[in-house]
Design a protein around this ligand. Structure first.
Ligand code: GS8
Length: 220
C-alpha cells in the first residue's frame, strides 16, 4: 500500500472494540487520522459509513468503510501484511484464533457489560468473568503470547479487555492477579510494547467513564 493512502479511524477512547484497530495500526506503523466520536451525538460521517450498526470502530480506507473491530483488524492485517503479521499463516491456527476471539466477544464482553450495568449480583458477575478468564489461561498455555512467540490476532482481541479488568479492580475486593496470574503476566508482557500500551485506554479513565455512564443510566 502506498504512503499516500488515506486512513481514518472513527473511534471512541474507552471502547474495547476501538482499541483493537488502534493497536493494529500502531503495531504496523500505519499513519492515520483518528476521530473521536460522541456516541450520544453521532457524526453524520459515522452514520454514513456504518449505516447498518451505527457503531464505532469504522476504518475508512481511501474513502471506503470497513466495520466491526475484528473484521477491521483482519483487513488491516491483509492490506499491510509486511509489517507485524497478526493472523497465523496456518489455516487451522487461523480458525482457532478467530474462534477464541469470538469467544472473547461473546463471553467476556457480556461479563464486562454486566459489571458496568450491574445486571446481576456483583459476586456472580466476577465469578463468571474469572471462570471465562481461566478458560483463556488454558488457551494461552505456556506460551508468552496467544500468538505463540509474538503478539497476534487473539492477543489483540484480548488486550482491549485487559485494561477493563484493571478498571474493575478499582471496585472489586480482589486483584485479578490473585485469580488469574498467568493472564495478568501476559497482559504486563504485552504492555511492555509501547505501540500497545499507548493505544489502550487508561484504567482510571475507564472507571470514570463507568461511573458517569451508570449515573446517566440510573444504575446504582
Ligand atoms: C461492537 C462495536 C460496538 O459495540 C465490533 O466492532 O466489534 N461488534 C462490534 N461499539 C459501541 C462502542 S463500544 O461499546 C458503539 O459504537 N455503540 C454505539 C451504539 O450502540 O449506539
Amino acid at each position: 500500500m502506498g504512503s499516500d493512502d488515506e486512513v481514518v479511524l472513527l473511534d471512541e477512547y474507552v471502547s474495547m472494540f476501538g482499541m483493537r484497530p488502534r493497536v493494529a495500526l500502531a503495531l504496523k506503523g500505519i499513519r492515520h487520522e483518528s476521530r473521536e466520536e460522541d456516541l450520544q451525538n453521532k457524526s453524520p460521517l459515522l452514520l454514513e459509513m456504518n449505516p447498518v450498526h451505527k457503531k464505532i470502530p469504522v476504518l475508512i480506507h481511501n474513502g471506503k468503510p470497513i466495520c466491526e473491530s475484528l473484521i477491521v483488524v483482519e483487513y488491516i492485517d491483509e492490506v499491510w501484511k509486511e509489517q507485524h503479521p497478526l493472523l497465523p499463516t496456518d489455516p487451522y491456527k487461523r480458525a482457532q484464533a478467530r474462534f477464541w476471539a469470538d469467544f472473547v466477544d461473546k463471553k467476556i464482553f457480556q461479563c464486562v457489560r454486566g459489571w458496568i450495568r450491574k445486571w446481576k449480583d456483583e459476586e456472580a458477575i466476577y465469578e463468571e468473568l474469572i471462570d471465562n478468564l481461566k478458560v483463556l489461561e488454558g488457551v494461552l498455555g505456556e506460551e508468552p503470547y496467544f500468538g505463540g512467540e509474538s503478539f497476534g490476532f487473539l492477543d489483540l482481541a484480548v488486550i482491549s479487555y485487559y485494561t477493563w479488568f484493571l478498571a474493575c479492580e478499582m471496585e472489586c475486593k480482589f486483584t485479578f492477579e490473585s485469580k488469574c496470574p498467568k493472564l495478568i503476566g501476559w497482559g504486563k508482557r504485552c504492555l511492555q510494547n509501547e505501540s500497545i500500551s499507548n493505544s489502550i485506554a487508561e484504567p482510571l479513565k475507564l472507571y470514570e467513564f463507568v461511573l458517569q455512564l451508570r449515573k446517566r443510566l440510573g444504575v446504582h
